[in-house]
Design a binder for this molecule. Structure first.
Ligand SMILES: Nc1ncnc2c1ncn2[C@@H]1O[C@H](COP(=O)(O)OP(=O)(O)OP(=O)(O)O)[C@@H](O)[C@H]1O
Length: 272
């Protein structure tokens, strides 16, 4: 996969001056290809400061790719991701954090995982110790502080992963299917941490396949289909009164076959 240079969208080459009206993050006419396939095409999204945006869509729609582009882990082939009206620089990326579906933890203790992340951000001494204590309390992991992170349950690992990201005090937090393999109690714990973070002002962008979770957590919903935005609006409106055929098909449990849908054989290995 190519890591491409910054390539502003038409009309976006001169970043707007950031003010309170400027969306925190703008995705403008972003396209991305790999292996000869167009995986995202002409995506436009505004993320408002302090908002909660849910990203939904079928497997392979491009949700994870979009998150990685918004977090600066990949560069758009064309178009631009703008941070507070300017370029998404490495410094800007440090104001963001990402929680992945499968927690990425060091083969160290729970406490050492928190300590390492905070040390990388330059925290030391009493300030770091206080943040570790608070994160362990938020995650309900005080009693497991010295346990190797890799022996924690899936739910405990994901709570650790989330509070470690939040301990870095990001302005924007991306979460990629953070509760995909968790039971209802662990899911509720993660959702509560996400909502509390949002109440403290952290902007949330979360990928999910769970309509219930979208309704519990979301304000805005972006529905992707085959690498393009099929529909965008409030969670309630998009899920309860979808205007687009991809969302209607998804809601009704039908397989949507659009002009850009790759052969079902790609997904099932069988001809239909
Ligand atoms: N590095 C890559 N090289 C080639 N193709 C890729 C690459 N990364 C992702 N893809 C393809 O891009 C498409 C979108 O992938 P992505 O992981 O964003 O989907 P998704 O919507 O998150 O799906 P899921 O719900 O299954 O997690 C898939 O067809 C995937 O195979």
């Amino acid at each position: 996969m190519r890591e491409m240079a910054f390539n502003p969208a038409p009309g976006a080459s001169t970043p707007a001056t950031a003010n309170s009206e400027t969306p925190m993050l703008l995705v403008r006419d972003v396209s991305f290809s790999a292996g000869g396939n167009r995986l995202l095409a002409n995506v436009d999204i505004d993320i408002r400061r302090g908002s909660r945006t849910l990203i939904m869509g079928p497997n392979g729609a491009g949700k994870s790719l979009l998150l990685r582009l918004m977090h600066g882990l990949l560069q758009p082939e064309t178009g631009a991701v703008l941070w507070q009206g300017g370029r998404l620089t490495p410094e800007a990326c440090r104001a963001q954090a990402m929680v992945f579906q499968r927690p990425v933890l060091l083969r160290r203790s729970v406490m050492a995982n928190l300590k390492f992340a905070l040390s990388v951000r330059g925290l030391r001494g009493r300030e770091r110790a206080e943040k570790i204590r608070a994160a362990l309390a938020d995650a309900g992991l005080e009693h497991l502080a010295k346990r190797p992170a890799r022996v924690l349950s899936g739910g405990e690992q994901q709570r650790l992963s989330l509070v470690r990201a939040l301990a870095l005090e990001p302005e924007l937090l991306f979460l990629d299917e953070p509760t995909a393999s968790l039971d209802p109690a662990s899911t509720a714990a993660i959702e509560q941490l996400v909502l509390e973070a949002n109440e403290r002002g952290v902007t949330i962008v979360l990928v999910t396949h769970d309509a219930g979770q979208a309704k519990r957590l979301g304000q805005d919903l972006v529905f992707l289909q085959d690498g393009t935005v099929a529909e965008i609006g409030s969670v309630e409106t998009v899920l309860n009164s979808p205007k687009s055929e991809p969302v209607r098909a998804w809601r009704d449990g039908r397989i949507y076959l659009g002009p850009n849908t790759r052969s079902l054989k790609d997904f099932t290995g069988r001809s239909h």
